[in-house]
Design a protein around this ligand. Structure first.
Ligand code: HEC
Ligand code: HEC
Ligand code: HEC
Length: 134
């Protein structure tokens, strides 16, 4: 009877210690929260993105896909938002009005979020990353 109790206590301690690593990671991640992506000076000055921030956060991958298809199929790169008359260059990284033209601080903006979410877009195998100041 006593042996049984000891074994159970032993097992409880064993699992407690093992899972504490998970608990620790989980709790410290929750405490830190998602990192806040930093806007470049240029983005701050512009004050707008292609669509409002929350939508952008959720849908930027889809928008990039749509832009790619549109450009590759039609060869046309100008994107006009009718309500505001704002224009964008439908490009990941070419030109001032492209994503990276405005978000020129990839490491503090895109990467910060992607590293946290463990996403590694393969786009940069081919597309040029913006040159950043150290
Ligand atoms: C003219 C500059 C400009 C261009 C071009 C631009 N953005 Fe943005 N982007 C901004 C600004 C400014 C914000 C923040 C908007 C706000 O706070 O309401 C933003 C927000 C975002 C966010 C959400 C960030 C967050 O904190 O949740 C993502 C993601 C994003 N942009 C990705 C892109 C992608 C991808 C493209 C190209 C398809 C792009 N942006 C093109 C200026 C730009
Ligand atoms: C607010 C956080 C945030 C910011 C800022 C952000 N991303 Fe993302 N991005 C994500 C998340 C989260 C995913 C994964 C979403 C999913 O899988 O549904 C993602 C996915 C992507 C994908 C698709 C990757 C794949 O393999 O499917 C691309 C492309 C992408 N992001 C490009 C960019 C670019 C370019 C920027 C900077 C201009 C940027 N993102 C900024 C959060 C962000
Ligand atoms: C194997 C190489 C390769 C990879 C990987 C790649 N692309 Fe492209 N992409 C191209 C080529 C080539 C074009 C056509 C260039 C042109 O017409 O300007 C293009 C065009 C585009 C365009 C429209 C034109 C422009 O200047 O940006 C977008 C947007 C785009 N790609 C987004 C992406 C995104 C987002 C990813 C990652 C999820 C990605 N691409 C991955 C090769 C690649």
């Amino acid at each position: 009877m006593n042996d049984k109790k000891l074994i159970i206590i032993g097992l409880l301690i064993f699992f407690g210690v093992c899972s504490s690593v998970c608990w620790y990671n989980w709790l410290s991640a929750a405490e830190k929260g998602a990192p806040e992506p930093l806007l470049s000076e240029k983005a701050k000055a512009a004050g707008y993105c292609v669509v409002p921030k929350d939508k952008m956060k959720a849908e930027h991958m889809k928008i990039l896909d749509q832009w790619r298809e549109h450009v590759v199929r039609t060869g046309k790169r100008e994107y006009v938002i009718p309500e505001t008359g704002r224009t964008f260059n439908m490009s990941l990284s070419t030109g001032e009005d492209s994503c990276m033209g405005c978000h020129s601080n990839k490491s503090e903006f895109c990467d910060r979020c992607h590293d946290y979410a463990s996403v590694k877009p393969y786009c940069w195998d081919c597309h040029l990353e913006p040159k950043e100041k150290e």
